[in-house]
Ligand binder design. Structure first.
Ligand code: NAD
Length: 344
């Protein structure tokens, strides 16, 4: 089994080589992203393995089909970069639904603590032997209310962590879980109630037409003054221009972003010697109360190993068994998990 691996980073190879060798899958690693221009590299392969910023649109899917490439193995959970409707009946789209919700939830809390306790400032100051505490006053998380949008795997782990800090939780999910709210410290509320009642808002829902810009000028208006926005989910959940304006007006007290709407042009690459062309990103990064990491939340040893193992298993299942429990398919107007793998 031969798979063309796109958007390769050095940390991908060890675990994919390990599980590939074990299960008879060989990977050809390409540094370039999968796009209409690079899709031809997949000629002669059984499938492609792609990440969050590879493009799997109609044109790419057509090219893959022309070359007889039938498998698109996502090495991530989100699939907003795949035209699922167009893919239906043409290619098998496989994903890794869960690899370590802890990795992302823990990174979210790391960002929050860094921001509100000014750790990013303290690190720079003390390295410069500046031991002044001026401007370093933070606030306690204990007793504060966090609004969690999306109470799936990551949202729930983040809620557990927040509970450990003695925080109250307001939750919103399009499909609330029966056994999550406890009526006391964790309550499901409407989106507007969550905006109005939260000191901190953390996004853990997928990017869909409905959730696109769920944090917008309008929704920020409904929030408490000084609210902290955390986004470790997908960039386009937040209208970056609206966020920037709200930071300038002091309506938003701080923002921690592991993802950014236009991240595919920048994230995962070294632009340190260049002039950053994206003024909104540059301005956000320049703010003392904004922390940006470049889609790093997933990056733990445990997650990398789990991602590789599941991705390789998905490919083997699809090729050998013609079915895979982690296949996605487009049904009834929304992309849903395909439980039996018999999509097409
Ligand atoms: P999940 O599928 O377990 O949970 C998503 C939750 O969102 C579900 O409970 C679902 O019902 C809810 N949801 C769906 N539509 C909604 C809507 N319109 N409004 C509110 N809630 C809605 O997914 P997960 O594993 O918890 O991952 C959450 C997101 O985190 C993923 O979609 C992905 O974009 C992101 N993610 C980011 C990283 C990173 O490195 N930064 C890594 C993994 C996942």
């Amino acid at each position: 089994m031969k798979i063309a691996f796109f958007d390769t980073k050095p940390y991908d190879k060890p675990s994919f080589d390990k599980y590939g060798e074990k299960m008879g899958v060989s990977f050809k690693y390409f540094e370039t992203k999968l796009t209409e221009d690079t899709a031809g590299l997949a000629n002669g392969f059984d499938g492609v393995c792609v990440f969050v910023n590879d493009v799997v649109n109609a044109k790419v899917i057509d090219k893959l089909c022309e070359m007889g490439v039938k498998i698109v193995a996502l090495r991530c959970a989100g699939f907003n970069n795949v035209d699922m409707k167009y893919a239906f009946g043409k290619v098998h789209v496989l994903r890794v639904p869960a690899y370590s919700p802890y990795a992302v939830a823990e990174h979210t809390m790391a960002l929050l603590l860094t921001s509100i306790r000014r750790i990013h400032k303290a690190y720079i100051r003390t390295r410069d032997f500046n031991f002044s505490l001026a401007g370093m006053t933070g606030f306690d998380l204990h007793g504060k209310t966090v609004g969690i949008i999306g109470t799936g795997k990551i949202g729930r782990v983040f809620a557990d962590i927040c509970r450990g800090f003695g925080m109250k939780i307001l939750a919103y999910d399009k499909y609330p879980s029966d056994n999550f709210a406890d009526g006391d410290n964790i309550k499901y509320v409407t989106l507007d109630e969550l905006f109005a009642g939260s000191d901190i808002i953390s996004l853990h829902c997928p990017l869909t037409d409905e959730t696109h810009h769920i944090i917008s000028e309008e929704s920020i208006e409904k929030c408490k003054r000084g609210v902290v926005i955390l986004n470790t989910s997908r960039g386009a959940l937040v209208d970056s221009e609206a966020l920037l304006a709200a930071i300038k007006s002091r309506k938003v007290g701080a923002a921690c972003l592991d993802v950014y709407e236009e991240e595919s042009d920048f994230f995962f690459e070294d632009f340190s010697g260049h002039i950053l062309e994206d003024d909104t990103l540059a301005r956000l990064i320049s703010m003392p109360n904004v922390i940006v990491t470049s889609h790093q939340a997933f990056l733990t040893e445990e997650a990398l190993s789990n991602i590789a193992e599941t991705t390789v298993q998905n490919i083997v299942d699809m090729i050998e068994e013609e079915q895979c429990e982690n296949e996605l398919c487009y049904r009834g107007g929304s992309a849903k998990d395909c439980k039996n793998g018999k999509c097409f």
